[in-house]
Design a binder for this molecule. Structure first.
Ligand SMILES: *Cc1c(COP(=O)(O)O)cnc(C)c1O
Length: 363
């Protein structure tokens, strides 16, 4: 049995450290907006390379609050991709703005930056690249276009903690970078969590108020906000786990190398790492023909796989009407061919070889 992800392999010493850290919070009895959150916000923003961090309840909330803090709303357009997790697009629509979809680069599964300029109108306010699967989007070109047209850039880095574009960590390049700490992400809490990062003091202030009912101080509400704070228990867990993220990302990269070795020269496409980038393999996604047949063969042999994602967002029910006209050929083609193989920091070489040998028999 090879599960898709196996958090039970998190080291026992880490469990102990975390249980002790949680115990301290339990004894302290301060659970929301405390010292631990401030420390984690400092440590994580430091890790990525931004001045400020705003801990929130989820990656989805980080994205929503980011768009709101930029004043993007009704009659505004935001350029993004349809090949992503739903939250990217929800964050735009929940702010009453309109998502405008650009097709993906079939090699990286990220936004095809060459196609962005074509979609810019006088309503466009921001570009929202997604560093999908842990591979950085083409940030140089995206930032250049944003500069030329005076647009904001909000990075969805929910799958890319520690990924690098030209030696800069993603999530620290645009105006705001958003991360999720959902348990299965490269840095995962023991529940929901997220953070928005920025170098802009004013935006940071605004996001801090937005996550806390729009309050500047207690019971003085300047605008409508939400209740979305990263709590102290999640903050201590994340502080412990942050110490290990580079090692865990290295393990993922090693596993990807082994997959690459066993799966080379077959009739399928393997993930690539563009020059000047560092992929952190949140997911290891191959493209193949007869994807469901391969998935079943693997499952019959105890190997779990997943599909990220089988239906593009513009074809999901809530969005069907709004954006019917999108022509996204590469997006649609990818959705039909992708298969995510088991990937986590504690995968063994034997396990990868076993998966590889089975795939070899099929393709
Ligand atoms: C996980 C994820 C999100 C949402 O994060 P949550 O913490 O689950 O709300 C957003 N975008 C992408 C690309 C993700 O993978």
């Amino acid at each position: 049995m090879i599960p898709f992800i196996n958090l039970k392999r998190e080291p026992e010493e880490l469990n102990e450290k975390i249980i002790n850290a949680i115990k301290e919070v339990v004894e302290e009895k301060w659970f929301v907006l405390g010292e631990e959150l401030i420390k984690f916000e400092d440590e994580f923003s430091n890790y990525i390379g931004t001045k400020y961090g705003i801990g929130v309840n989820s990656g989805s909330d980080a994205l929503f609050i980011a768009i709101k803090s930029l004043g993007i709303g009704k009659n505004d357009e935001v350029i993004t991709v349809s090949h992503t997790f739903i939250s990217t697009v929800d964050a735009i629509c929940r702010n009453n703005a309109k998502p405008v979809f650009v097709d993906i680069d079939p090699a990286t599964f990220c936004i095809n930056a060459q196609l962005i300029e074509d979609k810019i109108t006088n309503k466009t306010k921001a570009i929202m690249p997604v560093h999908l699967y842990g591979h950085p989007a083409e940030m140089d070109l995206i930032m250049e276009i944003a500069n030329d047209y005076d647009l904001f850039v909000v990075e969805d880095a929910c799958q890319a903690h520690g990924a690098e574009y030209k030696s800069k960590k993603v999530g620290g390049i645009g105006d705001i970078g958003c991360f999720s700490f959902y348990p299965t992400k490269n840095l995962g809490a023991y529940g929901d969590g997220g953070i928005a990062l920025s170098n802009d003091e004013e935006l940071t202030q605004k996001m801090k108020m937005l996550r806390n009912y729009g309050q500047r101080e207690k019971y003085n509400h300047e605008f409508m906000g939400v209740n979305s704070r990263l709590d102290e228990i999640q903050a201590v867990i994340l502080r412990e786990k942050l110490k290990h993220i580079d090692k865990w990302n290295e393990n993922r990269r090693k596993s990807a190398k082994i997959y690459e070795k066993v799966l080379s020269n077959l009739d399928l496409c393997l993930p690539i790492e563009m020059r000047n980038t560092k992929h952190v393999y949140h997911l290891y996604v191959i493209r193949c023909k007869e994807r469901y047949k391969l998935q079943k063969l693997l499952l019959d042999n105890g190997i779990e796989t997943q599909i990220h994602y089988p239906t593009p967002i513009h074809l999901q029910k809530p969005y069907l009407k709004a954006v019917r006209k999108s022509q996204l050929l590469e997006t649609i083609r990818a959705c039909d061919e992708i298969l995510s193989l088991p990937m986590h920091p504690w995968l063994t070489e034997e396990e990868i070889n076993f998966v590889g040998e089975l795939i070899k028999c099929h393709v």
